[in-house]
Design a protein around this ligand. Structure first.
Ligand SMILES: Cc1cc2nc3c(=O)[nH]c(=O)nc-3n(C[C@H](O)[C@H](O)[C@H](O)COP(=O)(O)OP(=O)(O)OC[C@H]3O[C@@H](n4cnc5c(N)ncnc54)[C@H](O)[C@@H]3O)c2cc1C
Length: 209
């Protein structure tokens, strides 16, 4: 299977700022409120011209998006967390390993059940190694080891989820860097999903590869 077809990632847009707020912020600079068409074509062109073409990009920071992102690996999470201009609230392995502890051990090639806990690469060698790591971890948890210690043998493929809040300027930077072919395949998938989750009327401010 093509890695780009991985569809485990789910993105939900929970909240976003209307474009009129950004247009108003820009118009504050020139006191041109009377030229607004209340989020119509004039205002949309103004945001693109000032924010993108004139590089007065701080005006784009008035547009803020909150996404719920699930089904990503902790390998992807550590790359996402490198984007400092964003806020993250992440599912904690310190508090949530009980769900793995309480499930049954996985058969070596039981990808279907294991994918509740791990992101599959569709490379059997790798996915089987992840299942072995899951089973090892589960055994350690069942022995009564605390999550704080046990979590150190989590595989990078272990699934996580987070609420991610980012402004349009930072999201532009993220999408440019992470939808590029040189980025990790999974974060490329996330970039495309995030772009598709944006309100249609906002997408003109963003480019993806
Ligand atoms: C293809 C690819 C490969 C990568 N490989 C590696 C790797 O091997 N190792 C590794 O460690 N990282 C790697 N990274 C991560 C990369 O170095 C950045 O940490 C990550 O992409 C976040 O980008 P950013 O700093 O632009 O974003 P943010 O942290 O969100 O920052 C946004 C913008 O704010 C400004 N800014 C933020 N902080 C500062 C600051 N301290 N000083 C000045 N300006 C600042 C910059 O303009 C920056 O672009 C890779 C990234 C990509 C896309």
């Amino acid at each position: 299977m093509e890695r780009s077809l991985n569809t485990d990632i789910e993105t939900t847009l929970m909240h976003y700022t209307p474009l009129t707020v950004c247009a108003h912020a820009i118009r504050t600079c020139w006191q041109s409120f009377d030229k607004s068409d209340n989020g119509g074509e004039k205002d949309l062109a103004l945001i693109d011209r000032v924010g993108n073409k004139y590089k007065h990009a701080s005006t784009l920071e008035h547009l803020v998006y909150t996404f719920f992102i699930s089904g990503i690996s902790r390998a992807l999470l550590q790359e996402l967390a490198r984007h400092r201009v964003a806020s993250l609230s992440v599912k904690s392995t310190r508090y949530t390993l009980k769900e793995l502890k309480n499930s049954e051990p996985f058969q070596e090639e039981d990808y279907e059940n294991a994918k509740k806990f791990i992101v599959l690469t569709h490379n059997n060698l790798i996915d089987t190694a992840s299942i072995k790591a899951l089973n090892n971890l589960q055994e350690i948890l069942k022995m009564g080891t605390s999550n704080d210690i046990a979590k150190y043998c989590l595989p990078e493929s272990y699934k996580t989820e987070l609420t991610w809040t980012v402004n349009a300027r930072s999201l532009q930077n993220f999408l440019t860097l992470r939808s590029n072919k040189s980025a990790l395949w999974e974060i490329q998938n996330l970039s495309k999903k995030l772009y598709n989750t944006l309100p249609k009327e906002h997408q003109y401010l963003f480019d993806i590869h």
